[in-house]
Design a protein around this ligand. Structure first.
Ligand code: SOE
Length: 388
């Protein structure tokens, strides 16, 4: 049944760090790396992890204590039928996102669904439509964790671009580089298009890059041309069997935005030594800002006369960035803090107070449209207009 969301979760007064403290009751689908990250964020926000379902009951049972889950259950249906579960977190391999998010919305739950929301545009359109219906019906919330939006220095960049301080933005470029699939003995479900989707490097991490670009600049990528490479055409799985690889290890792209900026990006999961380096540089007529996800406490501000490194310090950040600055300066924040903030803002949205920049199923659909444009350009070898 539908939840009386506004009554269940009154929006609490912001705590010292500016984020709401009210928690919610979560059911988590998936007990891998992401299931762990989500469950920590729920509990940090004062919420309960009521139940966890995984590939099978044994897997859920083994994972439950580490996730702080009160119950391990043997089926998704048990999570969906549980009146104690308000928010369903979908943290499974990608091919299950559409059926599970659909079922959770149909069961009257709020949903946080991992990215990619869907492995094709069709599925993302359907889920964005269901999410809009759920919002209209009873204020339900449907979130996709583009979590790098929650780094305070990313918010600071967004404020500085929006206020006009950077000037007219002419160039936005960068890269998102990892190395965890460098060797042909590296394997993962993401490599298999049946589980991960046809767009691998782009869908998995290129989507984060484009989301951050559009989030910080307020521009939209309207045109792009892309190339892709499968550096390891065969990979040996954990079972020792060698298989042909049908997804890309790397993508390079060039693009233009609706506000006339140009840029290029390199997206790779085979760049030795780069672990999770999302680098974004925005150049305007007054200044340049650059952000590196592996050094998230810093934002470089380049100027013709005096460049400087801005350090996360709640005392000196704009209010929109200070909201996400949970710790005093010098006490490093990072990846998990982004998830904690995403869950806190999801909780606020459930309470009826939708925070700026909460990534929704509409943003998941946007990522699916960009992935489709990249795939089409790789196929045709030409420039492609990105659907709005
Ligand atoms: C693996 O490439 C991965 O976990 C992505 O799936 C995430 O979206 C990214 O945040 C970190 O890397």
């Amino acid at each position: 049944g539908a939840l009386a969301a506004r009554q269940t979760f009154p929006s609490s007064a912001p705590d010292e760090g500016g984020l709401p403290a009210a928690g919610y009751r979560a059911g988590i689908l998936g007990a891998g790396f992401m299931g762990g990250v989500h469950s920590r964020a729920v509990r940090t926000g004062g919420g309960r992890v009521v139940s966890v379902a995984a590939a099978d009951l044994d897997t859920a049972r083994a994972a439950a204590p580490g996730m702080g889950a009160e119950r391990a259950v043997g089926s998704v249906q048990e999570v969906l039928d549980d009146p104690e579960v308000d928010v369903v977190h979908v943290c499974t391999p990608n091919h299950l996102h559409v059926p599970l998010a659909r079922a959770a919305l149909e069961a009257g739950k709020h949903v946080v669904c991992e990215k990619p929301l869907a492995t094709d545009v069709e599925g993302a359109v359907e889920l964005a439509g269901l999410a809009a219906d759920a919002r209209a019906a009873d204020g339900r919330v449907a979130v996709v964790p583009f979590t790098y939006r929650f780094h305070p220095m990313v918010r600071e960049a967004r404020v500085r671009v929006r206020s006009g301080e950077v000037g007219a933005v002419s160039l936005v470029h960068g890269s998102y580089l990892q190395d965890w699939l460098l060797r042909d003995s590296d394997d993962n479900w993401r490599v298999d298009p049946a589980l991960g989707g046809a767009s691998r490097a782009f869908g998995d991490i290129g989507s984060h890059f484009c989301d951050l670009l559009e989030f910080t600049t307020g521009h939209r990528i309207v045109r792009l041309v892309a190339q892709s490479a499968t550096v390891n055409p065969r990979r040996r799985g954990a079972d020792g069997v060698e298989r042909e690889v049908a997804t890309e290890d790397a993508v390079t792209l060039q693009y233009a935005t609706d506000a006339g900026a140009l840029g290029s990006a390199v997206i790779s999961q085979v760049s030795a030594g780069r672990k999770n380096r999302l680098f974004l540089e925005i150049s305007g007529s007054e200044s340049t800002l650059s952000f590196d996800q592996e050094q998230p406490e810093l934002l470089w501000e380049g100027r013709r006369d005096a460049s400087r490194l801005l350090v996360r310090d709640p005392e000196s950040l704009s209010a929109a960035a200070a909201r996400y600055s949970r710790l005093p300066a010098g006490h490093a924040q990072g990846y998990q803090d982004c998830f904690d903030a995403l869950v806190a803002d999801t909780s606020a949205a459930i309470g009826g107070d939708v925070p700026d920049g909460l990534p929704t199923f509409d943003d998941g659909l946007r990522a699916a449209r960009l992935a489709a444009a990249v795939a089409e350009s790789v196929r045709s070898g030409g420039w492609v207009e990105v659907a709005a």
